[in-house]
Design a protein around this ligand. Structure first.
Ligand SMILES: [Zn+2]
Length: 357
């Protein structure tokens, strides 16, 4: 790492951050997975390195299908209250250690009912742990319930209803995820989104992770989301870009994860910078801290070193994450105020700052 890259990384590590696109089941600590596998009798590697190699996806090139396989073992380990509690707690602690000050945790409750838990019990477990860990770590945490593209639309309505029942416990968002190539039509789940929206949840949807001509993002916009998880393929159609700007829809982008999934060849070629500079609201995220083996500070450093974002642009994305967060207005205001207070006196973070000046 060069002197200037190291300087940027140190800065980004110290900077308060917000992360909106983060999956609980993609963030297990390998040592925790080792212990859960042995205590629950789940077939898995029995050494740290073996577990690390299974949990962390190959750097590149892969496919979305291959990347999704990385979730199989974590899901098998997350079928009881104690495991859900521990993994949620540790994720909040790990993010706090990286100076993430606001985070949204996404997970699909329907994936955690294989050993008898109900949807409500799954959500209760994650909500209780998130609330307790947030209080101890001075992190604001909200939760987003994820429906799966491959699931029955009626099951996804039940997930949305359960999520709405837990609004008072910090569930503030509703999302759809899964294998986009095999299940390309998100509109099959329109009813679930209606329930979530009527119940006051913020709407986001995974779409456009595959780089196409923008049609996947265009389709997802019919669900009237406030945000799109990924959506990098919008770069393929200027009309979709205009639509995102006009509607104020934010793209929660994850460059490293996209390289792992094989949808972009390298960080340097990721459309994040181009989308940002054309006026689309974008945020920077890891997607999965363990599967992608990257912290948010490291992801931002890659955007700085390889994609050429300035520190000011990364800060702009960070403040935008707070603007787009699924959080109540009072908390949003407090977060914005504390982030801005941190930035005051740092010229690189003033809009329009130029190294020439
Ligand atoms: Zn995702």
């Amino acid at each position: 790492m060069s002197h200037s890259a190291r300087a940027a990384f140190r800065f980004l590590q110290a900077m308060p951050k917000a992360e909106l696109h983060l999956h609980l089941d993609g963030c297990l600590r390998p040592v925790t997975a080792l212990e859960l596998a042995s205590t629950r009798g789940i077939a898995a590697p029995t050494s740290y390195q073996g577990m690390f190699d299974v949990l962390v996806a190959a750097a590149h090139p892969g496919s979305q299908a291959e990347l999704l396989k990385s979730f199989e073992l974590p899901i098998a380990l997350m079928q009881d209250v104690e495991a859900l509690h521990r993994i949620t707690t540790e994720l909040v602690e790990d993010k706090a250690a990286d100076r993430v000050r606001y985070m949204e945790i996404k997970w699909a409750p329907a994936l955690h009912v294989q050993r008898g838990l109900t949807l409500d019990e799954v959500i209760d477990a994650v909500a209780a742990a998130a609330h307790a860990a947030a209080g101890r770590s001075s992190v604001v945490v909200t939760l987003t319930a994820v429906a799966l593209r491959s699931d029955d639309p009626e099951l996804n309505v039940s997930v949305a209803e359960a999520a709405v029942r837990h609004r008072h416990r910090g569930v503030t968002g509703f999302d759809l995820a899964g294998f986009e190539e095999a299940f390309p039509d998100p509109l099959l789940h329109f009813a679930a989104f209606d329930v979530a929206r009527a119940g006051g949840l913020g709407i986001t949807v995974h779409a456009g992770e595959l780089l196409d001509n923008g049609s996947l993002v265009r389709r997802a916009l019919e669900l009237h989301p406030r945000r799109i998880a990924h959506g990098a393929s919008a770069i393929g159609d200027p009309a979709v870009i205009e639509e995102l700007i006009a509607r104020g829809v934010t793209l929660d982008l994850c460059p490293t994860s996209n390289v792992q999934a094989g949808t972009v060849a390298s960080i340097a070629e990721h459309p994040l910078a181009a989308l940002l500079r054309r006026g689309v609201g974008v945020t920077i995220n890891t997607d999965d801290t363990t599967i992608s083996n990257i912290t948010l500070s490291e992801e931002m450093a890659s955007c700085h070193d390889e994609l050429g974002l300035t520190l000011g642009e990364i800060w702009e994305c960070t403040l935008h994450a707070l603007d787009a967060a699924f959080v109540d207005e009072e908390t949003r205001g407090e977060l914005l105020e504390s982030f801005r207070a941190w930035a005051s006196g740092i010229p690189e973070l003033v809009p329009g700052y130029s190294t020439a000046g």
